[in-house]
Design a protein around this ligand. Structure first.
Ligand code: SF4
Length: 446
């Protein structure tokens, strides 16, 4: 059995739950396609680029499937949840489609599939029911950690109640549902007992945690409970929403406890008119006030953000505001997407002020180039410092690699360093930074 996990950390947690279900069902996981008789592709589809990537991996899997009548192909995750019928007609080689509610039951579906005749032609496709997404795992759910042993993702909530006009995610992942605090805390405790040293809280909007139960301070109370967990570990909050920032959260992000001084704050834009058309529920003035406050109250906070360029109505002047913000605010990390008119979203029918794809691409390149020089300058300032690094593994050249508190897994930079002994066992070590580039740092164990 081989699993391919695409997309974001939230999808990776689903893949981990599928692996837990499969391991419990007696399936043996492999990385080698030639050794596998079942391949599962867990897809992502929130924008056109993500669908292209999923499509290319499905096509590779279809080739693999055709090479032997014994092989079976399963496609799971966001894409079947969103467009099961499209996938069924485009890829008749798929033996089984699994939506998001099927994540914990994959072993049961595969047992049925295995019972199907193994001779060609392919068995009739009988997709599992793909109903509205409701599923959310808890601490008792079997799960196989696929990240480095030193860090893990903890999905504290699923779904989203915002209605940003460009976003297909609420239609795919459903409405906000938060896990019980005791379940999250228990999962954290179990992960820490297993040697994890960094917990990364994720969700579509982690700052909305508990609001589906009517709690406005659910996240703060959850963070406080996690601060009581013993041991030397890092807690990182990812995927926040600017509309739900509070003074209380900023206060906790100042550092001093387990919660790291790191803020993942997707802004999407800064121009008032564009923000309004995006339906973000927060305009330019309030956004700038928060940005100013963050710097004033937490000057050491590492801030990551994302922007969408080429949104309908984004004039050249509106775009230049984003470029100026990048230059002056000096975010630690910036991701940039070009607008993708997603079927079923309100923005897909916007016809006023459309931006040519080539113009959007060049705006994206301009932002990324500008950010490269900003982050190169920030990284240069770190040379000579002594910094804590969470160790993730070894490079093929035998050096260690890991991340600082300012760098989240998968999306930010990393530190490569030399050092004797088993740094992996140490988990968090001190590293003297000796070199830097736009994204990464080099150093030596102190
Ligand atoms: S906050 Fe907006 S962009 Fe983020 S998942 Fe919810 S609807 Fe989509």
């Amino acid at each position: 059995m081989l699993l391919v996990s695409l997309g974001c950390a939230k999808n990776l947690v689903d893949t981990e739950v599928m692996c837990g279900s499969l391991a419990g069902g007696g399936y043996v996981l492999t990385n080698l396609p030639e050794s596998a008789d079942i391949m599962v592709v867990n897809t992502c589809c929130f924008i056109a680029d993500a669908r292209r990537e999923s499509e290319s991996r499905i096509l590779q899997a279809v080739e693999w499937r055709r090479a032997s009548s014994r092989r079976r192909l399963v496609v799971a995750g966001c894409w079947p949840q969103r467009e099961g019928d499209v996938l069924r007609s485009r890829f008749p080689e798929i033996d089984c489609l699994l939506g998001l509610n099927d994540v914990p039951r994959i072993a049961i579906h595969l047992a049925r599939l295995r019972g199907a005749p193994k001779s060609a032609p392919a068995p009739e496709i009988k997709p599992a029911s793909i109903s509205d997404a409701e599923y959310l795992y808890d601490h008792n759910t079997p799960r196989l950690q696929l990240t480095a042993p030193t860090y893990a993702y903890v999905k504290i909530a699923e779904g989203c109640n915002h209605r940003c006009r460009f976003c297909a995610i609420p239609r795919i992942r459903g409405r906000l549902r938060s896990r019980a605090p005791a379940s999250v805390v228990e999962e954290c405790r179990m992960l820490l007992n297993n040697g994890v040293r960094e917990l990364n809280f994720i969700g579509q909007d982690t700052t909305a945690y508990g609001r589906d139960r009517g709690e406005s301070d659910g996240l703060l109370r959850l963070l406080d409970r996690c601060e009581e967990l013993g041991g030397d570990f890092w807690l990182r909050l990812l995927y926040t929403h600017p509309r739900h920032l509070t003074d209380g959260l900023l206060e906790r992000l100042r550092g001093g406890g387990h919660l790291l001084p790191y803020l993942d704050l997707p802004l999407q834009h800064i121009d008032d008119h564009v923000l309004h058309r995006m339906g973000r529920g927060m305009g330019e003035r309030a956004t700038r006030q928060w940005l100013e406050k963050i710097r004033r109250i937490c000057p050491e906070l590492a801030v990551r953000t994302t922007f969408i360029v080429g949104y309908p109505g984004e004039t050249e002047a509106a775009f230049v505001k984003v470029l100026e913000l990048l230059r002056t605010y000096r975010f630690n990390h910036v991701g940039v997407f070009t607008f993708s008119p997603e079927p079923g979203t309100a923005a897909a029918t916007d016809s006023e002020g459309l931006v040519e794809p080539a113009v959007a691409e060049s705006r994206k390149d301009l932002l990324l180039t500008e950010q490269q020089s900003v982050s190169a300058a920030i990284n240069r300032q770190r040379v000579g410092s002594l910094t804590a690094v969470l160790v993730e593994g070894r490079t093929s050249e035998g050096q260690w690699h890991g991340r600082t508190v300012r760098d989240a897994p998968d999306v930010d930079g990393r530190v490569t360093f030399t050092g004797r002994g088993d740094c992996m066992k140490a988990g968090i070590v001190k590293v003297k930074i000796t070199g830097s580039d736009e994204y990464d740092l080099t150093g030596e164990l102190s």
